[in-house]
Design a protein around this ligand. Structure first.
Ligand SMILES: Cc1cc2nc3c(=O)[nH]c(=O)nc-3n(C[C@H](O)[C@H](O)[C@H](O)COP(=O)(O)OP(=O)(O)OC[C@H]3O[C@@H](n4cnc5c(N)ncnc54)[C@H](O)[C@@H]3O)c2cc1C
Length: 498
């Protein structure tokens, strides 16, 4: 009898344990391959500082990085490495009501503290610019993190956040390894998303910013595909500051060249010499001051002028856009980036423009003709677009040249740049508006908490850097990524483990 009772007790205990185990391991939870207290997704400056702060708080830390070591860092190594010290007041006002003065002061203090750390690790800032530009800046980040012994898994993109489907509490990340297999990483305290912006994601750019598909070139990193934003949105995160004013534009690029090289190949006027060029639309009309400085500008862009009025729907009527220039400009120096210090193509030595423009002409990146009629024909053949209205174009050149003679311009182009388009031969190319990165993104709380659409924090999910900068005009960038990374990493590492 005693034996039977003992067997029944054992059976009951075993069943109890099994049911407890079943409760502890819900069906949505994978078998974890790795774990760390704080899992940081993305090894740009934001991710690096999130991991550093978490480690300094005693949390074990792991960084997951999509790219190989050579191409990691996203926008940072593609950047110019310009560091501008903004005041706490400027930071506060650039957040446009999203930040208290106290929070802005904390960000300012963090920026300075972390720039000091960068300097101690070898960063040299000359004329407000990092020595070695973006690659120089990022090199210091990498060496600093390696010296702290923080592990980085390269070529391991995060593809999904693992969360409790009811509470949305984040438990870890699903990644993809180089061989295509999954890797499940458990985050005991939480996840910090630092995956950068979404400028390389044409679908998101179109949905967020443009009424119609527009063709644009990207001078930033191809890794800016908005992965962190999409993963967070999938579990209910809200967005903030996603508007045309959060696109960072960077001039114009040759379409044929950029398509061929897979990244923006910039169009530039020669730094010295005549600026005898105009931009025109397919009607052969000018529509802007070609010298308008659009870098960091938050104005409405003239190339995005739009008419969606029913029933004469006309869309972005200044796109496609073209540059027309003359022999004097061709001879004055490179009309593209030669030995340049900004942008993905230059920083990764993808293309260095020739000194005399001949190699690019030979490659068909722009066309040459003795007359305007022939130029328009060749341009249409090269671009595959409808030909520009040739009679309008001739009138446009005449009007522009007449303005140059009188030192006045219909679009307000400064006298300094008013050089007439001379006799043939002429040159032309389709050019594309060019984006470097985006600022708006995930909605965030003061400590980098990722918020849902109602403003509630998603448990154990944080973000930093371009995936959702708290400041909404350009003021954060590199130093903001450092500071927001630190703030989010600190907050996440202070949580109790699951
Ligand atoms: C051409 C250019 C010039 C610039 N010039 C300046 C300048 O002079 N001064 C300045 O202050 N700012 C500049 N910026 C902006 C600055 O570089 C960015 O604001 C800053 O790098 C943002 O840091 P981040 O860490 O948020 O993102 P990033 O630097 O973009 O890093 C994001 C990282 O996340 C990784 N990642 C992406 N998806 C995943 C995924 N699914 N899983 C794992 N990892 C992922 C990326 O590979 C990358 O390593 C410039 C940017 C560009 C593109």
């Amino acid at each position: 009898m005693k034996k039977i009772i003992a067997t029944l007790i054992c059976l009951a205990l075993t069943l109890g344990m099994i049911s407890a185990l079943a409760e502890e391991t819900p069906a949505w939870m994978p078998n974890w391959d790795r774990d760390a207290d704080v899992v940081v997704v993305g090894f740009g400056p934001a991710g690096a500082m999130a991991a550093k702060a978490a480690q300094e708080n005693g949390a074990s830390t792991l960084i997951l990085e999509k790219a190989s070591k050579e191409y990691a860092g996203g926008s940072a190594p593609a950047s110019m490495g310009f560091i501008k010290p903004y005041t706490a007041e400027e930071i506060c006002s650039s957040a446009m009501g999203r930040m208290t003065m106290e929070e802005a002061q904390r960000m300012f203090d963090k920026e300075n503290e972390l720039l000091d750390w960068m300097t101690q690790n070898g960063l040299n800032i000359v004329n407000s610019t990092s020595e070695g530009n973006g690659p120089g800046f990022y090199d210091v980040v990498v060496k600093g993190i390696e010296a702290l012994g923080i592990e980085v898994l390269y070529e391991t993109p995060a593809v999904k956040l693992i969360c409790d489907p009811e509470t949305k509490e984040v438990y870890g990340v699903q990644c993809q390894q180089a061989d295509g297999s999954d890797l499940y990483v458990r985050a005991n305290k939480g996840v910090v998303l630092c995956t950068g912006g979404y400028a390389a994601n044409k679908d998101l750019m179109t949905r967020f910013h443009f009424a119609d598909m527009i063709d644009y070139a990207l001078a930033g990193a191809p890794t800016q595909t908005g992965d962190g934003l999409l993963m967070a949105v999938e579990i209910g995160a809200g967005l903030d500051g996603v508007s045309n004013q959060q696109i960072e534009w960077y001039g114009y690029s040759y379409k044929v060249a950029s398509d061929e090289m897979g990244t923006a190949i910039l169009h530039m006027g020669p730094s010295l010499g005549p600026d005898s060029r105009i931009f025109v639309n397919t009607n052969g009309e000018r529509f802007m001051d070609e010298e308008m400085y659009i870098v960091h500008s938050k104005c409405q862009m003239p190339f995005l002028a739009y008419d969606g009025t029913f029933p004469i729907y006309n869309g972005y009527f200044n796109l496609s856009m073209y540059v027309i220039f003359d022999q004097a400009m061709f001879e004055a120096g490179p009309v593209g980036p030669r030995d340049y210090w900004c942008g993905y193509a230059s920083m990764y030595d993808i293309y260095n423009w020739s000194e005399d423009n001949q190699a690019e002409l030979d490659r068909g990146w722009f066309v040459k003709a003795d007359t305007i009629d022939e130029l328009v024909e060749k341009l249409a053949a090269q671009s595959g677009n409808d030909p520009i209205d040739v009679e309008n174009l001739k009138k446009t050149i005449e009007a522009y040249n007449a303005g140059c003679a009188e030192q006045s311009d219909a679009f307000g182009r400064s006298e300094f740049y008013l050089d007439p388009i001379g006799d043939g031969p002429y040159y032309a190319a389709q050019i594309l508006p060019t984006v470097v990165y985006t600022i708006g993104g995930l909605s965030g709380g003061p400590n980098g908490e990722t918020l849902d659409w109602e403003g509630n924090p998603i448990p154990r999910l944080y973000h930093a850097g371009d995936v959702g900068q708290p400041t909404k005009i350009l003021i954060a960038a590199l130093q903001g990524a450092l500071a927001t990374g630190d703030i989010a990493g600190t907050a996440c590492s202070q949580l109790a483990s699951h």
